[in-house]
Design a protein around this ligand. Structure first.
Ligand code: 26M
Length: 817
């Protein structure tokens, strides 16, 4: 009857095959002999998308029937990665589909390669949002992921003459078979203009916002399947012109100007801002944030009222999670909708609002905390600025009543008055939410004790921690079939959804046959990556080398350049004939730099320069290789993690909120070299210190060093070997004559070194020597690798989502079979 159930859903091999052929013929307009791989992929994707939507419809019907509480996840970014492989896994039809295609002489793997992923995010934050949709769907949590349908996602990175160059990401160029546009689901969004305060016929105060620009947002839905059962949607908004609005220019004969207006409306969701952890106060960015927030809130109110519910019970039926402050203008927008549009009293509306939102903070870096100049915000959202002022004035009153000092009150205010007056979005989100959480134990502690400490003393129960998690189904089951199958052979496939199942692997740590197979799988994955590297960069790496991998956004706090200093130290050691202890290893880097981030781009240039030197020097290139893989993405990441031996997680303690790459590596059996930062702390705790390569200062030590007055130049003077490495940065040998090329990095490290590379250098180098020693003992290494995987249960996104449900959302699953 499992067969019967499959037939009912159209999931048998025969049905997949006929549906695939039908889609190819009727929707793509091709027959197999004349179809390209892209045609074939598109037809298969359409067939699978239909089945995914069917699951979503079933889930939604059940949720409505139960009148269940839902989660709305608000995120300006998503990085879903390729859909096809995941959807096949979730529908349980990977094998059936492979066979159906084989009968037509088509290889599933070839079609999977065709998929272009939606790069609608910068990095960790966007990918986390997608992992959470996956976990919410799997657990049957009534939920929707709201966001922006950028026409151009994160830029495509190319390396030209060693430098990063950016090209536009035309991800929609060949169409997007996974989404469905809903022209009937559209909302108006206003911008600019002024407000008018007056009385309505009941003599109640009433505010009218008279905008100078209006546009509409249209919903584009993409199904997100859970594992075997439920389905949810990601609803992304695209901006369009309201033809009726100001199309009077057309009637006046100025057709051209009217069309120009239309184009300007479409500009709003044209492109994703490629910055992470940094902000520039760009008007268009604020408009994007407000646009998606307004559409999403209107949609939620509409859905709520559709069920004949009163808006006063909004918080009982919806909870809205703010993914960082990017959607935090929500607080003012919901107030506006309730008060101005639905005539709710201020106090009542404020009560509902504060019970609806919860806010996740993702960063402590001061330069990354969002603020908007009051003048800009007032210009674009005049009514919202008034509302923010009103919220603030009531809030500051409260503070005066509870004995905060004048200084504290100024530092807690929603408005920063020290320079150009600006709105502190983290404060707005904190005041307007019922819960605030950080993303790892360490980060949440620092959030509570430093960045938002006054708020935490005012509302201690508001603050909590939810340690980040990742999708095991994407980052192990789909991306590493070799290891997945080996694990499943031993312990069954319960680990797909049960956190603690992986623990059963501990029983096999001493099993020599298992160890053997474990290393074989890793070697096989390394061969595949070596081919890919060869193809992408022309560099050949031997699969037997230690694959030492550093992939993530390029940022000074993440310290890619600390890794470079290590590589240079090895280079100099080998050149001076002292390299015998060094195991052959390949250093693999990947990651994008924000296009305007000078130092990050220099660091990429440094990596490629070191690569050129090292890879072409016969004295060293049998020992070490250096690779920069261009255009790191989810799709590429799925090839990289399974092949890594060593995972580099070397940020300065206290700077990385959590990190999630660290989890993806460890889940694939890489050992970690890392600082006590972000979730590294918890990973180390779970896998055991003896299976983790720790180095560097702790957060407390970092603070002490800074308090003492850190002088990196002194370390340069004292440590001859470090000096040799640093001087090599500005040598003719490295830069091919242009000794100015890396001087900015050199000067920065010697003069300021804000991320304490020189301070952590010694500890890092010693740790790496130790790593090479352990690597020589293959058996030891393999055991540690197995133990890492066995103890990763905690870092499943399924656990994170359970934490959110229990501690924050108070939402229950609604399951369908
Ligand atoms: C802000 C303003 C204007 C334009 C872009 C931004 C912006 C975009 C993305 C700022 C920050 C953005 O992302 C930050 C991020 O990815 N943070 C990471 O979040 C992960 C998930 O919690 C953590 O694991 C990482 O430690 C944290 O750096």
């Amino acid at each position: 009857s499992s067969k019967e159930a499959q037939e009912h859903l159209g999931l048998t091999k025969e049905e997949i095959k006929s549906s695939f052929l039908e889609n190819l013929f009727y929707r793509i307009g091709r027959i197999p002999p004349l179809a390209s791989n892209l045609d074939l992929y598109s037809a298969l994707a359409l067939a699978i998308r239909d089945r995914a939507f069917k699951q979503f419809v079933k889930s939604t019907t059940e949720i409505a029937r139960k009148n269940a509480k839902s989660v709305a996840y608000f995120s300006a970014e998503y990085l879903p990665g390729p859909h096809l492989g995941m959807n096949l896994l979730n529908l349980g039809i990977t094998t059936e589909t492979r066979q159906a295609l084989e009968e037509l002489d088509i290889k599933l793997e070839d079609l999977l390669e065709e998929e272009v992923e939606p790069g609608l995010g910068n990095g960790g934050l966007g990918r986390l949002a997608s992992c959470y949709l996956d976990a919410m769907a799997t657990q049957g949590i009534p939920s929707v992921g709201y966001g922006i349908r950028y026409e151009y996602g994160i830029f495509k990175q190319e390396i030209k003459d060693g430098w990063q160059s950016e090209a536009t990401d035309k991800w929609l160029h060949f169409g997007n078979p996974w989404e469905v546009v809903r022209p009937e689901i559209a909302y108006e969004v206003k911008f600019g203009g002024k407000t008018e305060h007056g009385q309505d016929f009941n003599k109640e105060l009433h505010v009218e916002w008279i905008p100078d620009m209006k546009l509409k947002g249209t919903a584009y839905d993409t199904p997100v399947l859970g594992y075997k059962g439920n389905g949810i949607i990601m609803r992304l908004w695209r901006s369009e012109a309201i033809e009726s609005f100001d199309f009077s220019a057309y009637n006046g004969g100025d057709y051209y100007r009217a069309v120009e207006k239309k184009i300007r409306s479409e500009n709003l969701t044209k492109v994703l801002y490629p910055n992470d952890e940094n902000l520039s106060g760009k008007e268009l960015r604020l408009k994007q944030q407000y646009f998606f927030v307004s559409c999403s809130l209107q949609d939620i109110l509409h859905l709520h009222m559709l069920q004949n519910r009163s808006l006063e019970t909004l918080h009982e039926k919806f909870t809205i999670q703010l993914n960082d402050t990017h959607p935090s203008i929500s607080v003012a927008e919901l107030m506006r909708l309730l008060v101005d549009r639905h005539d709710m009293e201020w106090e009542r509306a404020w009560d509902v609002t504060r019970k609806t939102f919860a806010y996740t903070n993702h960063t402590l870096l001061p330069e990354a905390l969002e603020t908007w100049p009051v003048s800009l915000l007032g210009h674009i959202l005049p009514r919202h600025l008034e509302i923010i002022y009103e919220i603030n004035s009531r809030f500051l009153h409260e503070l005066r009543d509870s004995n905060f000092s004048g200084e504290q009150i100024a530092s807690m205010s929603l408005i920063d008055e020290r320079g150009e007056p600006s709105v502190r979005m983290a404060h707005l989100a904190t005041v307007g939410s019922y819960k605030v959480n950080g993303v790892s134990a360490l980060h949440s502690m620092l959030l509570k004790n430093q960045v938002l400490s006054d708020f935490a003393s005012l509302w201690p129960e508001k603050f909590s921690n939810v340690t980040n998690g990742i999708s095991y189904r994407r980052f192990l089951a789909v991306s590493n079939p070799g290891l997945s199958n080996l694990i499943t052979e031993k312990i069954g496939d319960g680990w797909y959804t049960r956190l603690d199942d992986l623990k059963k692997l501990e029983n096999f740590v001493e099993d020599e046959e298992f160890q053997q197979k474990w290393t074989e799988v890793k070697l096989e994955n390394k061969k595949v990556l070596a081919c890919y590297i060869q193809e992408q960069t022309g560099i050949s790496v031997a699969p037997e080398m230690l694959f030492d991998v550093h992939v993530k956004r390029i940022h000074e706090y993440k310290r890619q350049h600390l890794k470079v200093l290590h590589i240079l130290s090895l280079y100099l050691r080998i050149k001076s004939g002292n390299g015998n202890e060094i195991a052959p290893c390949a250093f693999i880097f990947g990651g994008k730099a924000a296009p305007g981030y000078f130092m990050a781009k220099r660091i990429i240039r440094l990596i490629t320069a070191v690569g050129e030197r090292v890879n072409n020097d016969p004295e060293v290139n049998s020992k070490i290789k250096v690779v920069f893989l261009p255009n790191f993405s989810v799709k590429q990441a799925q090839k990289v993690y399974p092949a890594a031996d060593l995972s580099e997680q070397v940020s300065l303690a206290g700077k990385e909120a959590s990190g999630t790459g660290n989890m993806k590596f460890a889940l694939n059996g890489a050992l970690t070299v890392g600082t006590l930062d972000g979730a590294n702390v918890e990973i180390c705790e779970e896998v055991g210190e003896e299976n983790f390569f720790l180095f560097g200062l702790t957060t407390a030590e970092v603070e002490a060093v800074k308090a003492e007055g850190y002088r990196p130049y002194k370390l340069y003077e004292e440590n001859a070997r470090l000096r040799e490495v640093l001087d090599f940065l500005v040598s003719e040998e490295l830069s091919g004559g242009d000794t100015e090329l890396f001087r900015p990095i050199y000067e920065n490290l010697l003069q300021q070194d804000p991320y304490l590379l020189l301070k952590d250098y010694e500890s890092y180098i010693n740790c790496q020597d130790h790593i090479h020693e352990v690597w020589r003992n293959k058996k030891e290494w393999t055991k540690k690798s197995i133990l890492n995987v066995a103890n990763m249960g905690k870092f499943s996104a399924d656990r994170s989502i359970r934490d959110y449900c229990e501690e924050i959302w108070k939402v229950e699953p609604v399951r369908v079979s």
